[in-house]
Design a binder for this molecule. Structure first.
Ligand code: TRP
Length: 435
């Protein structure tokens, strides 16, 4: 079966050399592999969460689209689209919002970072927090689940969002799908461990937020050489041997050089090559890769109608998948054409059998003590508690298991009666199905 790989890029910035080496170049290489069906999109609805400057969103969408196309993304192979051109995604967002626990969103890192900062500053907890920021992970889950992606390449900071997408998918499947025919594939994050993080002008990670970036195409070769001139080096003079280890200049050179060129560059620096000349060589090396792409970039920037056409075509391909799938999901939740309803009894019979859930039972023994046990849908005992003097103590443990799932097992006053893995799975399933 082909693997569906999907990723989104938030349209708030101008692509720089770090984006090219860390994300664009490897994603394009990966999209050329056989057996992979790639979906790549501009997350322009996500951009609105962070940015309320229309001109910036507009410019970034254009620059990003053109950069990906110029860098070699083949829209015939990859489904390349704007999130906002696929209305099914926002419609799905609502279906998912209705099965997402608010408590889970409270724990999202981006939201927590905002509320923690507010609390530290003595402000209202939710000061400056929009519902967009709060619900950001649900929109992202819809991006992924709409296309039933198997793999989602992301940075480490996004892993929690993929886990949330899995949870939401699981809950929707449980509520509205048959056990043997789930609606959604559970997506997996792919973290690009081996992908180099390019250092910026000051040696820290190249990032817009550090203002240490080298532009990729914008500003032409002049902007590139100007930025390279600002890469921080030590004060050793031409003729003096240079330290190559840990040098940002050398690391950026590595990202574009062939192995033998890397070695030669190091040797020459150790033999006294001046930093000025080294920068000139670096500029030429990058231009060797980027130059031909820049010509395509400039060409496309001058022809926005071609970019628009490519994205419209991408949206058509994306919607060819999304439209029928959303129809299936609408039907699953009960949004259907009017037709004569079966009598309630018949409906109950006709309803697809839900995956039966394990159940907790609380009871009192002849000795007067209170117990609980967990049984699977067929009645087999999975977990047996010790006796409690007070019924509310037994009840508190049951609530905790329902909330935390298998995580509550450690230290709990219970004995496992089934296989550990089966018990954990049953507890997690039950926790995932709670309102
Ligand atoms: N939130 C992601 C980021 O900031 C971008 C994104 C939006 C995304 N939707 C996605 C990534 C779906 C992967 C899959 O990097």
């Amino acid at each position: 079966m082909t693997q569906r790989v999907l990723t989104g890029i938030t349209t708030t910035g101008t692509p720089h050399l770090g984006n090219y080496v860390g994300a664009i170049r490897p994603a394009i290489a990966a999209s050329r592999k056989p057996g992979v069906e790639s979906f790549l999109f501009l997350a322009d609805y996500h951009a609105l969460v962070k940015c309320d400057e229309p001109a910036r969103v507009e410019r970034s969408r254009m620059e990003l689209a053109v950069t990906w196309l110029a860098a070699g993304l083949d829209p015939a192979r990859v489904t390349f689209y704007r999130q906002s051109d696929v209305p099914e995604i926002t419609e799905l967002t609502w279906l998912l919002t209705c099965v997402t626990a608010k408590g889970q969103m409270n724990r999202a890192h981006a939201y927590k970072a905002a509320t923690d900062a507010n609390e530290a500053a003595g402000a209202e907890t939710d000061d400056g927090v929009s519902m967009g920021l709060f619900c950001y992970p649900i929109l992202m889950a819809a991006d992924i689940l709409m296309f039933n992606a198997h793999k989602v390449p992301v940075g480490r900071d996004q892993v929690q969002h993929i886990e949330m997408a899995r949870d939401i998918a699981q809950r929707f499947n449980h509520l509205f799908g048959a056990a043997d025919k789930p609606h959604f594939v559970l997506p997996e994050a792919v973290i690009e461990e081996h992908v180099a993080t390019l250092p910026g002008l000051d040696g820290r990670k190249m990032s817009k937020s550090y203002d240490n970036t080298i532009p990729l195409f914008e500003g032409g070769p002049k902007a590139l050489t100007d930025a390279i001139a600002r890469i921080v080096t030590d004060s050793r003079l031409p003729g003096e041997p240079k330290e190559t280890e840990g040098s940002a200049l050398v690391m950026i050179h590595d990202a574009f050089a062939k192995p033998e060129e890397r070695e030669a560059f190091r040797q020459d620096l150790k033999a006294g090559l001046g930093w000025g000349d080294a920068k000139k060589r670096l500029a030429e090396l990058i231009e060797r890769d980027i130059g031909p792409l820049r010509a395509r970039y400039d060409e496309l920037m001058a022809h926005p109608e071609r970019v628009e056409e490519a994205l419209q075509e991408g949206a058509r391909k994306a919607r060819a998948v999304a439209t029928p799938f959303l129809a299936q999901l609408r039907d699953a939740v009960g949004l259907r054409r009017m037709h004569a309803l079966a009598s309630p009894a018949a409906t109950a019979k006709a309803a697809p059998a839900k995956a039966a859930l394990p159940v907790f039972k609380q009871y009192r023994e002849a000795d007067g003590r209170f117990f609980f046990k967990l049984t699977d849908a067929a009645g087999a005992v999975l977990l047996q508690s010790e006796g409690f003097d007070q019924p509310r103590d037994a009840g508190a443990w049951v609530s905790r298991f329902k909330k935390e799932g298998a995580a509550a097992l450690a230290g709990a006053p219970v004995a496992l009666k089934g296989e550990a893995q089966a018990v954990s799975a049953a507890l997690d399933l039950l926790a995932a199905s709670q309102e």
